[in-house]
Design a protein around this ligand. Sequence first.
Ligand code: HEC
Length: 186
Amino acid sequence: MKLHTLLLSTLLCTSFATADNTAVKQEGVKYIKMLGGALKTELKAQMKADKSGMGALGFCTAKANEITVDVNKKLPDYAKVRRTALKVRNESVNKPDALDEKVMKEYVAAIEAKTFTPKDIKVVEAGDSTRVYKPLVAKAVCLKCHGSDLSEEISKSLATNYPHDQAVGFKEGDLRGVIVSEIKKH
Ligand code: HEC
């Protein structure tokens, strides 16, 4: 009987924990999509309007952080969403912390081991918050501003606006960074 009760409570606790984790994951993914979607829509439109990428670059330089701040205003007080990377362009707002770095290194290792899938959302406990990470893989379209073969005008603009830019030299399929949502336990 005792064993039965113990087993039952273990089962219940486990399923509660999983249900909880799934709910946080879903909520985090929702916020990640809000930020990712807002940036992607703008980037696409800008790249279409000006194939050189200069219009989009001006846009990202001026507005990426503003869009991030706006999306965050729409979230509940206990939640945040941001972008970061191992090699950052805008170090004043997108710098990773130790946990971000650890998670991103796991993605890089998976890419190297060829076990990676972009659907690998990671849910990580971080003190009084839970973090939900989504990997961002460099695609051909990203390389105009993050690749090795940048046009002269793009290089110049980056050098002026981001003198410490590390976010170049990527190839298709590399981990460019992550979007991370932080959800305070509430
Ligand atoms: C038109 C140029 C351009 C293109 C194309 C572009 N980016 Fe960026 N990217 C930028 C700029 C400029 C910043 C810095 C924005 C800021 O000041 O917040 C940036 C920042 C980022 C960041 C935030 C971390 C950091 O380094 O500061 C990530 C992640 C990122 N880009 C991923 C991508 C991905 C993935 C793609 C392709 C889908 C892409 N970018 C395409 C110009 C571009």
